[in-house]
Design a binder for this molecule. Structure first.
Ligand code: SF4
Length: 236
């Protein structure tokens, strides 16, 4: 097995909340295995991975188990996706990515951009990034509960655009928060920065808090965006 270490941080330090051995949905057009990192500094109202938010919770399986499975799947999977939680929270993401690269896999990354510095480092080992942009900067705190989150996310977008690799920007449309103008403001600003046209995602009630489920009720993306918007924007 390949072992990569750097700056005193080991892939074995990676706290893993879950491991999907085979996925066709986490990286468009790729067959991948997906590693879910434990911990996220934000508390998004619509988060459906609430169990992965806690930052002091230990992982449920060691990286060595993931790495052994990956070594068995060389040639059968296209890549490995690091998701979460917020994978860039952990320094151990970097040696884990290095191991995946050394095994010959393509590497995908899901991030909300909470740690721009680590994102920049992680992009050195990434072939694809799915970056969540949740709102205009001033709209972030109401969604994430973190005052600094908007500045960090948009800084991360600038880093991702400068990186120049395969970037997908995703915007979860929250009908309890976003207006149609909010959504179009984000779409236009992302594109003005040189990013791709964001893909819109539904805020789904499954796995979210009871408070959010009550607030969301029957509201859906179609209640925010028009039919014409649906034709112009990719929706997942
Ligand atoms: S950034 Fe993602 S994982 Fe973190 S709280 Fe928000 S939706 Fe959940």
């Amino acid at each position: 097995m390949v072992r990569v270490e750097g700056a005193g941080v080991h892939a074995d330090d990676f706290q893993i909340a879950g491991f999907e051995r085979f996925s066709t949905v986490d990286w468009p057009t790729k067959l991948v295995a997906t590693v879910f990192a434990q911990g996220c500094p934000w508390r998004c109202t619509y988060c459906h991975n609430i169990g992965m938010q806690a930052m002091r919770t230990e992982g449920v399986l060691p990286w060595s188990t993931v790495a052994a499975h990956l070594a068995d799947r060389v040639g059968q999977l296209d890549g490995v996706v690091f998701s979460g939680g917020e994978p860039t929270r952990q320094a151990a993401l970097i040696p884990a990515m290095q191991e995946a690269v050394a095994l010959g896999f393509e590497v995908g990354l899901h991030s909300a951009g909470a740690y721009p510095g680590r994102l920049r480092e992680a992009l050195r080992y990434s072939d694809w990034l799915g970056l969540d942009i949740k709102a205009m900067p001033q709209g972030y705190e109401d969604i994430t509960g973190s005052r600094a989150s908007g500045a960090k996310a948009w800084e991360s977008l600038a880093i991702a655009v400068a990186w120049g690799g395969d970037l997908e920007v995703r915007l979860t449309v929250d009908p309890t928060h976003h207006t149609r103008d909010d959504v179009w403001s984000v779409v236009r600003r992302v594109q003005a920065m040189g990013g791709p046209r964001p893909v819109l995602q539904e805020a789904r009630p499954d796995g979210t808090s009871e408070d959010y489920q009550r607030a969301l009720g029957r509201l859906r993306l179609r209640d925010v965006m028009t039919e014409r918007d649906h034709l112009e924007l990719a929706i997942r």
